[in-house]
Design a protein around this ligand. Structure first.
Ligand code: FES
Ligand code: FES
Length: 155
């Protein structure tokens, strides 16, 4: 089966098994390895991408269900000159440990800040419930995210 996707604003063609999870299409076929496959069961959030603007777990999405969809990945959120605001906040607050959870967190929280530009700490915690950090640096991650709100930057 042939599937046409727009990935980070470029048209891409996938030919193969329509049951292939989107995360594997991104990593193995398109060589975009920023999106991580950790649990492959939909609960860790490491594989989060935007599909038609909505954050979704790409390990749960068979590519055959996505013909014509617009997919944005971690590779598409920054320019050469500027990091995305969530990426910049994580770097400024030196929060990255092993880094496996961060691509998914950036995708989830970038979308969140587009819908809520001035969240409080509890709202940030609630928005992050689908993103698990096994290195457990949550408080520093939340401090970094709170700085985006304080600076009133929009990712
Ligand atoms: S790898 Fe998809 S949610 Fe964990
Ligand atoms: S930094 Fe290691 S899983 Fe989050």
């Amino acid at each position: 089966m042939t599937i046409t996707l727009t990935v980070n604003r470029e048209e891409r063609i996938f030919s193969g098994d329509p049951r292939t999870p989107l995360v594997d299409v991104l990593r193995d076929h398109l060589r975009m390895t920023g999106t991580k496959a950790v649990c492959r069961e939909g609960f860790c959030g490491a594989c989060m991408v935007h599909v038609d603007g909505a954050p979704m777990a790409s390990c749960l999405l068979p590519v055959g269900s996505l013909d014509g969809a617009a997919v944005n990945t971690i590779e598409g959120v920054a320019t050469r000159e500027h990091l995305n605001a969530v990426q910049q906040a994580f770097e400024d607050h030196d929060v990255v440990q092993c880094g496996m959870c961060f691509p998914g967190m950036v995708m989830t929280m970038s979308r969140f800040f587009q819908t809520n530009t001035s969240p409080d700490r509890d709202e940030i915690k609630a928005a992050m419930t689908g993103n698990i950090c096994r290195c457990t640096g949550y408080e520093r991650i939340i401090d970094a995210l709170m700085s985006i709100r304080t600076n009133e930057a929009t990712p």
